[in-house]
Design a protein around this ligand. Structure first.
Ligand code: KG4
Ligand code: ZN
Length: 335
């Protein structure tokens, strides 16, 4: 079954072609980051308009790359939510219009399920069951995964997501959006042990997270350094490192707890923050001690992309799931 996957939930237009038997045939991404950078974050109306401009050309581009035409398509999957309503509606409208014209099934899929399954596109995919840590700009969740659609929420952030904390820390340090990769790059120049930031909610049982207190702690540290007149590049790097170390430690402690609690040996990390090198290293060290293993996608499939939507959609379309005639766009949608 040849599936076209469409991702337009936020600021990346992602398109991919996935075939059940041959795997991923082609994928393309247009990032709107430069357009939104002047505003310090994503402007929803600009995002929608740019998806309108880019989506169909990208669809034709991946078809051409794979030596296929629209007529070869056997199903279409698009991100139905969660995300920006206007941006989601662009992907949903194009998916349904194409599906109607070609008379093939169409299915809206959950963006976080896409992230969760992205490591399945790699050479050594994890077997079920596994524990998944979903860490993106909008979500921080621990999920037990027993199969496609068999998800048990083990814990989640009660306030900010880990990615959001990275983005806000970046802003405090005068770095551009999106902040995660920039904070990580700055942290490389930081000195160990200059600052120690809290590891929120690790001293009590449970698998929930909270990152808003850490954000405030970071802000207070930045302000104090500025008031003392020593907020130079080195101090900024020291703060970035202390912040990153606190996030990584916190996530690692909770992942260890989740593996022990479920008895699972496999840990999957997905979502934008799973591209973070220090996080990968921390989790791998922890998992090795438990004789477990960590799985993640290549960096370009950690952040938003069409391949993960094509893959997730293919699993569900093959199982006979499809939308009715209505376009499904759900800005807030628990998994
Ligand atoms: O999954 P994603 O692309 O979009 C959402 O669904 O939210 O995640 C984006 C988030 C942003 O907050 C970004 O700063 C963060 O992932 N991010 C990173 C890194 N790369 C992206 N955070 C830390 N380290 C990175 N290398
Ligand atoms: Zn995402």
């Amino acid at each position: 079954m040849l599936i076209l996957g469409i991702e337009t939930s936020c600021d990346e237009t992602g398109v991919a072609l996935f075939d059940d038997e041959q795997g991923l045939l082609a994928h393309a991404l247009f990032s709107q980051i430069d357009m939104h950078a002047d505003y310090g974050g994503v402007v929803p109306e600009l995002a929608s308009r740019d998806h309108v401009r880019k989506l169909l050309p990208l669809c034709d581009q991946v078809l051409a790359e794979a030596g296929k035409t629209r007529k070869d398509l056997e199903g279409i999957a698009y991100t139905a939510g969660p995300g920006l309503i206007g941006a989601l509606m662009v992907g949903g409208s194009v998916a349904h219009a194409l599906g109607f014209a070609l008379d093939i099934p169409v299915l809206g899929v959950h963006h976080m399920e896409g992230h969760l399954l992205a490591p399945m596109l790699e050479d050594n995919p994890p077997e079920f069951p596994f524990v998944a840590l979903l860490v993106s700009g909008g979500h921080t969740q621990l999920v037990r995964v027993d199969g496609i659609g068999e998800y048990e929420m083990l814990g989640e952030s009660v306030d900010d997501a880990a990615g959001e904390a990275f983005d806000k820390t970046a802003k405090m340090l005068g770095l551009d959006y999106p902040g995660g990769p920039r904070v990580a790059a700055l942290a490389e120049k930081g000195r160990d042990g200059i600052y120690r930031f809290p590891r929120p909610m690790t001293d009590r049982p449970g698998l929930d997270f909270s990152f808003s207190g850490l954000k405030t702690f970071t802000l207070n540290t930045v302000n104090a350094a500025r008031d003392n007149g020593n907020l130079d590049e080195q101090v900024k790097a020291d703060i970035a490192l202390a912040f990153e170390a606190a996030v990584v430690d916190t996530l690692t402690i909770k992942c260890k707890r989740a593996l022990e609690q479920t008895g699972c040996k496999r840990l999957v990390i997905a979502g934008g923050v799973s591209a973070n090198k220090r996080l990968r290293a921390g989790l791998e060290k922890m998992a090795a001690k438990l004789r477990g293993s960590v799985f993640y996608a290549r960096p370009e499939f950690c952040t938003d992309n069409g391949a993960m939507i094509a893959y997730a959609g293919a699993q569900r379309l093959r199982a006979g799931q499809r939308d009715g005639e209505r376009i499904v766009s759900v800005p807030r949608w628990p998994m």
